[in-house]
Write a protein that binds this ligand. Structure first.
Ligand code: HEC
Length: 240
């Protein structure tokens, strides 16, 4: 191998390895936190067992302004429309949740429908006047929060929900949990963030599947690349 092709090989190997390291180890697209989380909040946010309570709190305190379509939560005013439940069932896809039930003294997992995933255009067609009136009163439509965790990360969300004005001065988002009046406010907010985290993550079996797919895809490229490299002389001879 000549020095030149050796240099080329090393260059491309370093480039490829460097690229995947940047994406996986230090992902420049992921939020890099500048907000410190208190220990207690961190513990609650990272523990998926609080997501259920967080969901109830979200429905109660946030769904008057925000939808969370990936988990079948729609604006309260839309969910209360008499025709909505029919639309959900006919055009949506059921979102299943597995709960433990006792049957004849034995614990069993049972699937229950916790909501319906309705395509965005269908939802927006039904919700248009609700979204417009929110826009008129708030200055902008409060965003759907299905993927907000991936965009903002835990520290920002915790701080923002607890003190919206401190983080986004002038925002029309109200402070719903005020630690001055409610000692439990920080815990409640942490539970909501725990929920936002849980919905942004695929379930564990899905995660394993995706990791395997990723590894298989990269493995395929490496093997194909190696084969092309080894057979390059034959392939070039064929072309002539
Ligand atoms: C009265 C309506 C209203 C309620 C209730 C409300 N929000 Fe908001 N929220 C808004 C508006 C309006 C915005 C857009 C703020 C902006 O960009 O200035 C917003 C923005 C947000 C954002 C995005 C912030 C960003 O940086 O993009 C998050 C996260 C959020 N709200 C979470 C919540 C949670 C959690 C609750 C329930 C505890 C909640 N909101 C309740 C109106 C509301």
């Amino acid at each position: 191998m000549s020095a030149w092709s050796m240099a080329k090989t090393i260059f491309f190997v370093v480039l490829t390895v460097g690229f995947f390291t940047v994406i996986w180890v230090y992902n420049p697209f992921a939020p890099h936190e500048t907000y410190e989380l208190p220990e207690e909040a961190k513990r609650i946010i990272m523990d998926p067992k609080y997501a259920r309570e967080g969901r109830d709190l979200f429905k109660m305190s946030c769904s008057s302004c925000h939808s969370l379509r990936y988990d079948g939560i729609y604006l309260l005013s839309v969910a209360m429309k008499p025709e909505w439940s029919k639309i959900e069932k006919s055009l949506g896809k059921p979102i299943l949740e597995y709960v433990e039930v006792e049957k004849d003294g034995k614990k069993e997992k049972k699937a229950v429908v916790r909501g319906y995933f309705v395509p965005r255009d269908v939802y927006e067609a039904v919700a248009i006047s609700d979204l417009e009136s929110l826009k008129a009163s708030m200055g902008k439509v409060p965003p759907d929060l299905s993927t907000i965790y991936l965009a903002r990360g835990p520290g920002y969300l915790y701080e923002f929900i607890l003190h919206p004005q401190k983080v986004l001065p002038g925002t029309s988002m109200p402070q719903l949990f005020n630690p001055e009046f409610d000692k439990e406010a920080p815990k409640k907010v942490a539970k909501i963030v725990s929920y936002l985290r849980a919905v942004s993550e695929p379930p564990p079996e899905e995660k394993t599947k995706r990791t395997l797919m990723g590894v298989a895809t990269i493995g395929y490229f490496i093997i194909m690349g190696a084969l092309l490299w080894l057979l390059r002389k034959k392939l070039i001879a064929h072309l002539h």
